[in-house]
Write a protein of this length. Structure first.
Length: 247
C-alpha cells in the first residue's frame, strides 16, 4: 500500500491522501533537466499525468481578511474573474506538455490553502478561465429614442482552451474538503483535448465528479453539466449521460 510523504507542500500531501483513499496508484515524478509535472497516476491501468498547484494567501487576500474583521464592507479582491486560474494554467502548461503531449491524458489539480471565508474555487471561475468571460454585447443606435439591442450571450475574451491551444491538458480539477468530510475531486473536462480522460472509470469512483460543457455548434455561454454513471449497463461497467448543473 502506498504511503503519503510528509516532505511535500500541503496540496501535494492532500493529493496523495486522496489517491490513497481512492486506491489510485501514483508515482512521484523525479525532477530532471527539463520542467516536469508532479505525478503519474493510474486509473484502472490508464496513465494520467498530473500537476498539482495550490492557492496561498497573497497580499490582496490579507487585505480582504483585514477588512472583513475591521469594516462593514470589503473593497479589495480579484479584479477579473478567473485570472488566478489562468495564471495557474500558464504556470503548469510546460510541465504537462513536456510529459503528456501526444502520449497521455493530463490533469491540472488545484487546491486552495487559504482560510475561510475566502477559501474556495468556484465552477464559474473555472469555466470562464477555460473558455472566456461571460459576455453580452450591447448595441446602441445612433438614433435617439431607439432601444438598446442585446447581442448573443456568449463566451468572450480570456479563454485558455480552444482548437489547437493547450489541447494536451485534458482538464482542470479542484481538490477540496469540508470539515470532517473526505477529500473530493471535481474534474472539469477540456472540450478540445487530444487525449481524453478515462471517463468510464472516473465516474464510478466515490468523491469524484466530472463536468463537461453541453455540446453546442455555437459559442453560446452555457454552464457545466455533470457526467453520471449508468449502473444499469451489463457487467457493472458504467456509461455516461449528461445532467444539467448550474455553476
Amino acid at each position: 500500500m502506498q504511503s503519503v510523504r510528509c516532505n511535500h507542500n500541503e496540496s501535494e500531501i492532500k493529493f496523495e491522501q486522496f489517491c490513497v483513499a481512492q486506491g489510485i496508484p501514483f508515482e512521484r515524478i523525479d525532477t530532471g533537466p527539463f520542467t516536469t509535472p508532479d505525478y503519474d497516476i493510474y486509473v484502472h491501468g490508464q496513465k494520467v499525468v498530473v500537476e498539482v498547484k495550490e492557492f496561498e494567501t497573497n497580499e490582496d487576500d490579507k487585505k480582504v481578511l483585514h477588512e472583513m474583521e475591521t469594516k462593514s464592507h470589503v473593497s479589495s479582491g480579484i479584479h477579473r474573474v478567473g485570472d488566478r486560474i489562468r495564471y495557474k494554467i500558464d504556470n503548469a502548461k510546460h510541465q504537462l506538455e513536456n510529459r503528456a503531449k501526444g502520449y497521455f491524458p493530463s490533469l491540472l489539480v488545484l487546491y486552495d490553502t487559504r482560510p475561510y471565508p475566502i477559501r474556495g474555487i468556484s465552477p464559474y471561475e473555472i469555466i470562464v478561465a477555460m473558455y472566456g468571460w461571460e459576455t453580452i454585447d450591447l448595441h446602441a443606435s445612433e438614433k435617439a429614442g431607439e432601444p438598446i439591442k442585446f447581442g448573443p450571450h456568449r463566451f468572450g475574451k480570456g479563454k485558455k482552451f480552444r482548437e489547437g491551444v493547450h489541447t494536451y491538458i485534458s482538464g482542470l480539477a479542484v481538490l477540496s474538503e469540508r470539515g470532517t468530510n473526505p477529500l473530493r475531486l471535481d474534474i472539469y473536462v477540456n472540450d478540445f483535448v487530444d487525449k481524453p480522460l478515462p471517463f468510464e472509470n472516473l465516474v464510478q469512483m466515490e468523491n469524484v465528479s466530472l463536468f463537461v460543457r453541453p455540446p453546442s455548434q455555437t459559442n453560446k455561454f452555457r454552464n457545466w453539466a455533470r457526467l453520471v454513471a449508468d449502473r444499469n449497463r451489463r457487467q457493472g461497467t458504467a456509461t455516461t449521460k449528461r445532467i444539467h448543473k448550474n455553476a
